[in-house]
Design a protein around this ligand. Sequence first.
Ligand code: NAP
Length: 247
Amino acid sequence: MNLNGKNAIITGGSRGIGKEIALILAKNGADIVINYSNNAKKATEVVDMIKDMGRNAYAIKADISKMDEAKKLIKEAYEKFEKIDILVNNAGITRDNLIMRMKEEEWDDVIEVNLKGTFNVSKSIIRKMMKQKSGSIINISSVVGITGNPGQCNYAASKAGIIGFTKSLSKEIGKKNIRVNAIAPGFIQTEMTDNLNEDIKEEYLKNISLGKFGSALDVANAVLFLSSDLSQYITGQTIVVDGGLSV
Ligand code: NAP
């Protein structure tokens, strides 16, 4: 797919799914801003991998759950690039617990990073994209936001919220030629899922039609499609990438 001349920001691009998204967009011709919150070393490694492909890349530290840092991220990204064509709201966290045991801060942290972070970064870029009269915003949700999951009331609420946000924003800015879509991954092998115990993983596997866990690349390929002109008539949608888990 041809993304030559396009520039992208990927929040949480230092590891896992975000890293794979950054690499595949760069491989297809885009220049990239990687956002991260803590792990500067990993973010720099991704930047170096992209530069080795002959593309431009920068790492920008920002905690997207804070509006002032989200604004700074977008300001700095526009200092690097004249325009941003693709925004991938990927950064996310889990703080799993049954509601009986869930602490208020576990609820707040997950809502603030996953849902408010998506709002903060989208709001900060929207005027610029409207002026450009083009753009593709891709929000990383989760099948859990569609099906629910015990122990993940906070996470499921944040990811269901992202789907509602995606639909609403797509209706607000469609006429400005900005598309907004979500991707709902199922069980994807990253650091986020590495920590789950083997019994839980076995249980998931039984319910995945394709009989295997997904890779970060499976999600990144869907992002690539939504970033490209091949999806130019698709907006407000959620693409499920879960090997059949939610069927
Ligand atoms: P991961 O490996 O834990 O990576 C999380 C990324 O988000 C890191 O780059 C991290 O940066 C960044 N991040 C965390 N909090 C941040 C903040 N406040 N501000 C900016 N960046 C922040 O996670 P993943 O598995 O790749 O997940 C990526 C997305 O996919 C998440 O939204 C997740 O909910 C979603 N998802 C994952 C799965 C799965 O099975 N893995 C399934 C469905 C949906 P640092 O490196 O600096 O910490």
